[in-house]
Design a binder for this molecule. Structure first.
Ligand code: CP
Ligand code: NVA
Length: 299
């Protein structure tokens, strides 16, 4: 595996191997036998805010023997309009790998091409692959895996999170029902390219939650959409709360990639009731991304 640019591009084996390795690295934390990033510097270019992704990558790179170099997109010349392909060609001559959080997926693709560095998508408008790896590790730990489990995603049906989850459902063969307001549903051409009967899209969140084992949500307005406040009105009835969750499977778990807006996509009560899972999910970012870093460093 040369890069991690999306879930879409992973094979079933690559995806399951990453999760298995993440579980192993988690069990060996503080005691890693090898340091595959020894002597390496990894650039972390972020043009959007981050707590979990930034901290987990900085810690993970250090624990694997490397040096993280955080570069805020606004502080480097990229923020003044230097093209991504020029930034990439410069960094490609100096550092050993790159982690990028930005808006356009094409920028991450271009960075990988022009830098020739192992490149990791740390969130774009299209996908959040590192998060989905951590989520799947959490599902493995909490409910024993995805086989035969029913998944629901409640909220924006065409965000980076939902898109990555839809690809994961196709690749790993599990049933995922996405409930989203009509204006936030995946368009027909995306569903055609997904080409799977594992993913269903509905308007009624109760239909998606009914009998579900794993229920996932995310902010209603992703980074970059903050000025579209009027969209929030369309999410009436989409909050994960005790009423909506009453139809879920008896031992269901809740996932939230965080940050969460209590009182919007999730109630205070639901978040606190499921905090054990949700913060385990956040911790799993570290272990999942270490598996990615090792896979790229060894390629
Ligand atoms: N879930 C996630 O990516 O969190 P941050 O935005 O804090 O990195
Ligand atoms: N969909 C959210 C995820 C945040 C981790 C966003 O892009 O803001």
């Amino acid at each position: 595996m040369k890069n991690l640019l999306s879930i879409e591009q992973l094979s079933k084996k690559e995806l399951t191997d990453l999760i298995e390795h993440a579980a192993l690295l988690k069990s060996e934390r503080g005691n890693h036998a090898s340091k595959p990033l020894a002597g390496q510097t990894w650039a972390m270019i972020f043009t959007k805010s981050s707590t979990r992704t930034r901290v987990s990558f900085e810690v993970g790179i250090r624990e694997l023997g490397g040096f993280p170099m955080f570069l805020s997109g606004n502080d480097i010349q990229l923020g003044r309009g230097e093209p991504i392909k020029d930034t990439a060609r410069v960094l490609g001559r100096m550092v050993h790998g790159a982690v990028i959080r930005t808006f356009a997926q094409q920028d991450v693709v271009d960075f990988a091409e022009f830098s020739k560095l192992p490149t990791i998508n740390a969130l774009t408008d299209d996908e959040h692959p590192c998060q989905i790896l951590a989520d799947l590790l959490t599902v493995r730990e909490k409910v024993g895996g995805w086989e035969g489990r029913r998944f629901a995603f409640i909220g924006d049906g065409y965000s980076n999170m939902t898109r990555s989850w839809m690809w994961a459902a196709k690749i790993l063969d599990f049933d995922l029902t996405v409930a989203a307001p009509v204006s936030c549903q995946p368009p027909a051409d995306f569903l055609a390219s997904l080409d799977t009967d594992r993913v269903k899209v509905v308007v009624d969140p109760k239909v998606a939650v009914e009998g579900a084992d794993v229920i996932n949500t995310d902010v209603w307005l992703s980074m970059g959409q903050e000025d579209q406040k009027e969209k929030e009105a369309e999410f009436e009835g989409f909050q994960l709360n005790s009423d909506l969750l009453s139809g879920a499977a008896a031992n269901h778990i809740i996932l939230h990639c965080l940050p969460a807006y209590r009182g919007k996509e999730i109630s205070e009560e639901a978040l606190e009731k499921h905090a054990g899972t949700i913060f385990q999910q956040a911790e799993n970012r570290l272990h999942a991304q270490k598996a990615v870093l090792v896979a790229l460093a060894m390629a």
